[in-house]
Structures are given as structure tokens and as C-alpha cells.
Write a protein that binds this ligand. Structure first.
Ligand SMILES: *Cc1c(COP(=O)(O)O)cnc(C)c1O
Length: 385
């Protein structure tokens, strides 16, 4: 099924000279022959071609593929993961409402609640969502959304998706999950009863570190609601050109994930029990606190994990990070290139509160390089500690 979706679904090649690659329909607007045609289109702007802020044929191909991959009825593609999160949340709350959100969500999701929606009278609680009873205890009479991120992208805590969906339904809350870490290949939250799935498609879905995009998947009704509110009002669309790049990225998603997961296992096997490494944070590592739940609800676990070094010497940690020069030091993750993100960078910044994460933690994102090449560099870097 995945092959069919990625290679063919949504592509009507007869419409464009049997071109194998879909055309980039670089047009802001679309013309109509009759008033009747225009009237019909306006009655369903989400599925018509009127104006590219709403729908564009190249973007539409991508929407169909992403919806199918997430087992959803429909999908929207947005200008970034942050806009996908914002559109999904903002379209489902109003002044006076309350949101229950996982602890340590993606940083801009956190700011959406604390700095932005706060101004419009929407309140929230961040809860330890590893325990369903804790979530339950924070649901109030005005709660409308349960916001999940499983695993999160820093310390990888997960939530029991089936239990969360059931609890939310009992209390009339909409469930939204950030599924960027897993991709639709490793986890389909809709199958667990979750309502809306969002992605930062900037990460694995595109996978080439060259396009920003976000995705929202859900029922026809929920997608239409988001389309008619935040999406169209705030102009959160993506260009046809970017959509064609993401379609190209998606073609190789399964082989990239397969390769990344295999390399990650080899790299983790090397780091495991290394004398300089205190522990490894990775949902599929047997030492992970929620290992059993991870194995139960995830089909695979990508290439993003953290190591905690035994050393607490900031100079040594600094030397290690500098020596690890085959891993680029950059934000984001999920691209072809391996990355390192030392928590130490978020400590000792004048005027900024230290990160709550330990400074001897380094997050790694494994790319498409050979395992041997990465391990050799890790070996060199660990030897300087
Ligand atoms: C990067 C990221 C986002 C935001 O996506 P952008 O495409 O950068 O806007 C949201 N959630 C997670 C888990 C992310 O890693």
C-alpha cells in the first residue's frame, strides 16, 4: 500500500502528457468558462482549483499522498510544522477554553500556548502525560483539546495513544498529536482513535533539509473546519514548487527510514556500554522507561536519540562536540545529513534561563552516511574526553 501511495496515488499522468514527474503548476489563480463552473468551485473551495492560497493541483497530489499514508480522509499541507500545529490548535479553541498539553512539547508549540493563545484568553496546563491518571486529573469543564507529541523530540517520552484517545472522547476533547518523530511509516495515530495528526514535514517527510513544510491529517469535517478558519484566513499555504520537492522527497521516505533505522541501531550498539557514555535515550533502547509501550504502539524508531556523557566537565564536553566534526551542529533533524545538538549550547547564555535538560546530554540525528563512517568519528570524539 505504501508503495502504491508514494509512487502513484493522486497522480493523473494522462492530464499532463503522461509526464512521469508531476508538473509544477506555477499559477496563483485558475480561470473558469462559465458562471456555473465558478459557482460549483466556490461551493467546495478545498477541493477545487480557484486560488493557490486554498488549493493548487501540485499541492493537491501531495495532500492525497499524505492523507493516505496517515490513514486519514484528508490532509492539508502548510508552510511549516509550526503553522500546522498553530492551525490545528487555533481552529479548535476560542476564548475561555482550556488545553491539556504534554510536558516539553516542541518549543514553538509551547510558545503558541504560553505567549500567543494566552493573549486571547485560552488557558493551558502542561502535564506529565506518561501517566493517564495525571492527564485525567487536569481535564477541566472548559477543556477542549488534548495535545500530544509522541515521542517528543528531545527526551522522547511517549503517551499511550489508545488510552489518551479514549479518555479524550469520554470528556469531549479533540485529540491532536505531533507525529513528526515517527512519520506515518512507524505510527498511525488515527488507528488509535486520535483526531488530528500534525507533522513537521521539514524533517523526515521531505528529508533533504531544503524545504519547510507542515502537514495536518484528519477527517473531511475537521480538515474542512481548519481550511475555512486558520488556514485560509492566515494564508498558511505552501508553493507548488515546494510541494513538488516534497513529493520528490517522499518517493524515498521508506528507503531512507529503513537505512536510517539500521544505521542508528549499529551506532547505538557501539555507544551502548561505552566507558564514556552514561546512558542512551531512545524509545527502542531496552533501558528506555517506556520501552514496552514504545514497542507496542510504534512499528519502528527513527534516527533521533540522545546520549548522556559520563563526564560533567564542560571543557571536555566542548572538546567532544568539536571533535565530532562529521556531525553538523545545527537545529532541525531528519535530513540526509547527521547532526549533533549539544544541550550545553542552551546553558550559560547571558540573560537566558538554562535548559532543564542536563548539559552533558547531546542529541544526535543519524543521516544517510555509512555506520562505520559515523562510528569512527564518534570513537575519535569520545577519545578526547
Ligand atoms: C521542527 C519541529 C516542529 C516545527 O516544524 P517547522 O517545520 O520547523 O515549523 C514541530 N514539531 C516537532 C516535533 C519538530 O521537530
Amino acid at each position: 500500500m505504501t508503495n502504491e501511495i508514494i509512487t502513484h496515488l493522486g497522480e493523473d499522468r494522462k492530464q499532463y502528457y503522461n509526464a512521469v514527474a508531476p508538473p509544477i503548476i506555477q499559477s496563483s489563480n485558475f480561470a473558469f468558462d462559465t458562471i456555473e463552473d465558478l459557482r460549483n468551485a466556490i461551493s467546495d473551495e478545498l477541493n477545487s482549483h480557484i486560488y493557490t492560497r486554498g488549493n493548487n493541483p501540485t499541492v493537491e497530489i501531495l495532500r492525497k499522498k499524505l492523507a493516505a499514508l496517515e490513514h486519514a480522509e484528508d490532509a492539508l499541507v502548510l508552510s511549516s510544522g509550526a503553522s500546522a500545529v498553530a492551525a490545528a490548535v487555533m481552529s479548535n479553541c476560542k476564548a475561555g477554553d482550556h488545553i491539556v498539553c504534554v510536558q516539553k512539547p516542541y518549543s514553538w508549540t509551547q510558545k503558541l500556548l504560553t505567549k500567543f493563545l494566552h493573549k486571547f484568553g485560552v488557558t493551558h496546563d502542561f502535564v506529565d502525560a506518561t501517566d493517564i491518571q495525571t492527564i485525567k486529573a487536569h481535564i477541566k469543564s472548559n477543556s477542549v483539546i488534548l495535545y500530544l507529541e509522541s515521542p517528543n523530540s528531545l527526551s522522547f517520552e511517549i503517551q499511550d495513544l489508545t488510552a489518551c484517545a479514549q479518555l479524550a472522547k469520554q470528556h469531549g476533547l479533540i485529540t491532536i498529536i505531533d507525529n513528526s518523530y515517527c512519520t506515518p511509516l512507524n505510527q498511525n495515530p488515527i488507528d488509535h482513535g486520535i483526531d488530528l495528526v500534525v507533522h513537521s514535514g521539514t524533517k523526515y517527510l521531505n528529508g533533504h533539509s531544503d524545504v519547510l513544510n507542515g502537514v495536518i491529517c484528519g477527517s473531511h469535517e475537521m480538515i474542512r473546519n481548519i481550511f475555512n478558519s486558520s488556514f485560509m484566513t492566515l494564508g498558511m499555504c505552501i508553493s507548488a514548487h515546494d510541494a513538488s520537492l516534497i513529493i520528490r522527497g517522499l518517493r524515498t521516505l521508506p528507503i531512507r527510514m529503513e537505512r536510517i533505522e539500521k544505521t542508528t541501531q549499529t551506532v547505538i550498539a557501539y555507544l551502548d556500554h561505552h566507558e564514556k557514555v552514561e546512558s542512551i535515550l531512545y524509545p527502542f533502547h531496552p533501558s528506555f522507561k517506556q520501552y514496552d509501550l514504545a514497542k507496542k504502539q510504534m512499528r519502528g524508531c527513527g534516527g533521533l536519540f540522545s546520549i548522556i556523557l559520563k563526564s560533567k566537565d564542560k571543557n571536555k564536553i566542548n572538546d567532544f562536540v568539536n571533535r565530532l566534526d562529521k556531525f553538523l551542529m545545527a537545529v532541525s533533524w531528519g535530513g540526509y545529513e547527521s547532526l549533533k545538538m549539544p544541550t550545553l549550547a542552551f546553558h550559560d547564555i547571558p540573560g537566558v534561563e538554562d535548559s532543564p535538560l542536563p548539559y552533558n546530554m547531546v542529541r544526535l540525528s543519524i543521516g544517510l552516511e555509512d555506520a562505520d563512517y559515523l562510528i569512527k568519528n564518534l570513537e575519535e570524539a569520545l577519545s578526547v574526553i
